[in-house]
Design a protein around this ligand. Structure first.
Ligand code: B3K
Ligand code: ZN
Length: 864
């Protein structure tokens, strides 16, 4: 395969407003693959039709392809030429048949886009623009085709040949070769095409749909991994039932295949009826996967399955509409997971994720609306904003319309746009028309970037028994958007009586649609305490004038579990920020609130675990004007120490209470495991002399990965002899399991120990470290940049390390390299010394010749 490098100097900018319908459509395509890792021959037969009245030629996108043969209606001397990497053909009539042949080398494909080799198998990844690395085609999501695919391969090496749709025929070809032919009856864009040639075994099961059809389900993995696929299979069946029950959506083909691969740029891919997964989101058993891993497997399996309707049956017109399928599908998978387990804990986890990944994006140089206006490289826009803020926007619609009316809207959307490529506007319009609601102002959520801030202050007038709530919204300027219009912000609000502890009346849904609004509450007979943005009803930051005592009150009395958690978080953040800015720390209110939560018999362990956990150092940094990583670390450690010392016995009791003899995969047992390691963390923070030995004992005795990894994480954070012993045991036990070895790298990269940077640099030279496996890269490089205290060390070593990595990885895999850039782009949030060091590294990257457009876009925008 030719490797055509895009000159990064001036890559073109693609704009949403420039959208134009495709000039040519491809209703039918036949692909034939003669598969071989070193040299695969791809023959394509495209039936094309002119779209509208125009005289323009057809543009078939290519990336690194050289046309071997080009025929039009069977004639070999067609008039064609190359325009850059694309093949252009002049066509006289309105319908033609184009045939092309190319050769590609999957084993040389280090980008993991297109057809590539991973662990001895061949597989594809086409979203967003990988199909053009396989064959010449109008590679855009609004060209929908019916596919038939023929594969030929060596039978011993690749006994399993899969593609989209139904298997039509298969058989032997002699000389150790065989073939398979697949046909997909559903129209689909290129990005949903997939094939797999592999030597794998399947966990096979079936699901009977609501109309009584039986669907064959298969999860394909290496034979030794089969026992680790039961959880994914159960999640798949539960997702299929859930989508029928909650959205009325039934699966539409006779089979559904999932294939797990070790080298994958992200989580998984929803190719029609042939999902391809990063193996970390399929394989799970108690010995190798934590409870969080189990949940992630179920969540991603559900997400990809739900795409069959929100993404595949109705796809995106262009890549600016990405949130149409991603935001909606994340919302769907979040609701599914909430229904399967604890809705309160799921909501807390999702909001924590949003705040950790999306809020900083919205506050930095890469901020963009959930429907971006322009891009250089679309792969850079698979972001927390498009996915997670996108999901919050759909959730707000759900809140505003109510479940029933939302369902009427989604029914209309699916009915109206089935089999087509749609837009975000189509979705909003369907919601509007099905419910009669005017969503004009709501559309601003699609256009404006930045996290709105809502200032809330409550005034009580005892004489009139009235409370006045003043709400003000501001939306900070973001790149390209200096001024903002007020957005409609749905806020679930309640007032509690300080003395009685009870709620006044019912919770209200207040829509803040203007810059300033006043809400009056009558019959407020005692001093009220404000509970606002309950359930995190809007993705905003609330500034309120609630005192530590008010927050402590809510943390004990609020009936909304999210609000209760939130009050505790706010109390903790306020305490740390006050300690940093005044130099004086009053830890008492936090300790008292934690004690009350820990010993409240009405609360379950999973919720308690979330509530008593301190916000991360990064989150505290996000609340400050200038991030001072050292001061934040010191303040948080001091608070952790005092919580540990002040409640040592309570932590010991909780630790003992949560001890189990045997692993069970139940919500209760899971909650206990979570709380147990958190309790142990506080015991260690207290400086208790037996902390390290308790952790080592937990590590040694664990019969599951949650306890083992929990203990390892605590031990790697402290300088004790037990640390290296545990790391060595862990390494030797799991050295042949890539996914678990990732945990070993991550635990060390997340450590707060002074020698962490030395270790990370050493680990980058470890024989098990590789630049070609994205999971391994993220486990070391991604984890380091999430470690605020170490990454932002004054020396700039962390920045230099990251920049070196980005440059090395870019030469192999631009998409994954570009994903590592954003932490350096946060330089404006830090003091001058750090900002200069970070900028220097960004400039060093930018100066590198042959930079991909992926990294160019991230770095140039980060420099601003
Ligand atoms: N749709 C894919 C993501 C593709 C990312 C390409 N850079 C997985 C998902 O969101 O379900
Ligand atoms: Zn998705």
């Amino acid at each position: 395969m030719l490797d055509i490098k895009v000159a990064a100097a001036n890559p073109p900018v693609i704009r949403r407003e420039d959208y134009r319908e495709p000039d040519w459509l491809v209703p039918d395509v036949r692909l034939a693959f003669i598969l071989d890792p070193a040299k695969t021959r791809v023959s394509a037969r495209l039936s094309v039709t002119r779209n509208g009245t125009h005289a323009r030629p057809i543009r078939l996108n290519g990336d690194g392809l050289a046309p071997g043969a080009v025929r039009v209606d069977g004639a070999p001397d067609a008039g064609w030429h190359m325009d850059g990497a694309d093949l252009i053909i002049d066509l006289a009539g309105d319908t033609h048949v184009i045939e092309t042949e190319v050769e590609i080398a999957p084993e040389a494909n280090s980008q993991l886009m297109g057809l590539y080799a991973s662990g001895g198998m061949l597989c594809t990844q086409c979203e967003p623009e990988g199909f053009r690395r396989i064959t010449f085609f109008p590679d855009r999501p609004d060209v929908l085709s019916r596919y038939s695919v023929r594969m030929e391969a060596d039978k011993a090496r690749f006994p399993v040949l899969l593609s989209n749709g139904d298997l039509v025929e298969s058989g032997d070809l002699g000389e150790g070769r065989h073939f398979a032919e697949w046909a997909d009856p559903f129209l689909k864009p290129t990005y949903l095409f997939a094939l797999v040639a592999a030597d794998l075994a399947a966990n096979v099961d079936s699901f009977t749909t609501m109309s009584g059809r039986s669907v064959k389900l298969a999860i394909w993995v290496a034979p030794a991994d089969l026992p680790k696929t039961d959880h994914a299979m159960a999640a798949l069946k539960a997702s299929m039932a859930w989508d029928e029950h909650v959205y009325g959506r039934e699966y539409d083909l006779g089979e559904f295949n999932i294939v797990a691969v070790a080298d994958f740029n992200f989580g998984a891919m929803e190719n029609k009826s042939l999902n391809i997964f990063n193996s970390r989101y399929i394989l799970a058993d108690p010995d190798t996967a934590t409870d969080a891993d189990f949940d992630a497997v179920a969540g991603v399996v559900a997400h990809e399955y739900f795409h069959n309707w929100s993404g595949n049956r109705v796809t995106c017109r262009d890549w600016f509409q990405l949130s149409l399928k991603e935001g909606f599908t994340v919302f769907r998978d979040q609701c599914f997971s909430a229904d399967q387990g604890s809705p309160a804990v799921k909501r807390i986890e999702d909001v924590r994720g949003l705040r950790a990944a999306q809020f900083p994006e919205d506050a930095g140089p890469l901020a963009h609306p959930i429907r971006p206006e322009s891009y250089i490289e679309i792969s850079n826009f698979y972001t927390a904003t498009v996915y997670n803020k996108g999901a919050e926007v759909i959730r707000m619609l759900h809140t505003l319309l109510g479940a029933q009316r939302f369902r009427a809207g989604s029914d209309l959307y699916f009915a109206r746009h089935d089999g087509t490529a749609a837009t975000c506007e189509d979705f909003v319009r369907a919601m509007e028309e099905a419910t009669g609601e005017d969503l004009s102002q709501f559309r601003l959520w699609y256009r404006q970037s930045g996290t709105p801030r809502v200032k809330a202050s409550l005034r009580h007038d005892p004489a009139s028994e009235r409370a006045h709530l003043t709400l003000e919204q501001t939306i900070p300027p973001t790149p390209g958007q200096p001024d903002k219009q007020p957005m409609p912000i749905p806020l679930r609000i309640a007032l509690f009586g300080e003395r009685s502890g009870g709620m006044f009346g019912e919770e209200q849904l207040v829509l803040l649609g203007e810059n300033h609004r006043e809400v009056v509450f009558d019959g407020i007979s005692e001093r009220p305490i404000l509970s606002i943005n309950r359930g995190f009803s809007a993705p905003v930051t609330v500034d309120s004038d609630r005192s530590a005592a008010d927050l402590a009150f809510l943390s004990a009395h609020d009936d909304d579990p999210f609000a209760r958690y939130e009050a505790m978080q706010q109390l903790m953040v306020d305490t740390m920020v006050a300690a940093i800015s005044t130099g004086k720390a009053d830890h008492r209110p936090v300790i008292d609130a934690i004690r009350r939560t820990l010993t409240d018999p009405a609360l379950d362990a999973a919720f308690i675990g979330e509530a008593v956990l301190l916000p991360s150092e990064a989150f505290v940094g996000d609340q400050m004007l200038v991030v001072d990583p050292q001061a934040i670390h010191d303040a948080r450690e001091a608070l952790r120490h005092d919580i540990g010392v002040g409640m040592e016995q309570a932590w010991r009791d909780a630790y003992d209470r949560c001890r189990a003899n045997r692993f069970e995969h139940t919500p209760q047992a899971k909650g206990s495991r979570r709380l147990r390691t958190i309790a142990l963390g506080y015991l260690i923070a207290s400086g208790a002399s037996d902390g390290a030995s308790l952790a080592k004992a937990q590590f040694d005795d664990a019969d599951n990965m949650t306890d083992r990894q929990g203990a390892l994480g605590l031990l790697t954070n402290i300088a004790v002899p037990e640390t290296d012993a545990a790391l060595a045991v862990f390494y030797n036990r799991y050295r042949d399991n890539g996914l678990v070895l990732d945990k070993w790298f991550t635990a060390q990269a997340l450590s707060a120990r002074a020698d962490t940077m030395d270790r990370v640099e050493e680990l980058a030279r470890h024989p098990d470290f590789t630049l070609t496996n994205p999971n391994r890269l993220r486990s070391l490089v991604g984890a380091l940049s999430a470690n605020q205290f170490i990454f932002h060390d004054r020396s700039g070593r962390g920045y230099r390390f990251l920049a070196d990595m980005v440059m090395q990885i870019d030469a192999l895999n631009p998409q994954t390299a570009a994903k590592l850039v954003p932490p350096l782009g946060r330089w404006r949030r830090f003091g001058e010394d750090r900002a200069t060091l970070m900028r220097t590294e960004l400039e060093r990257i930018l100066a590198r010749p042959n930079l991909s457009k992926d990294v160019f876009e991230q770095v140039s925008k980060s420099l601003g």
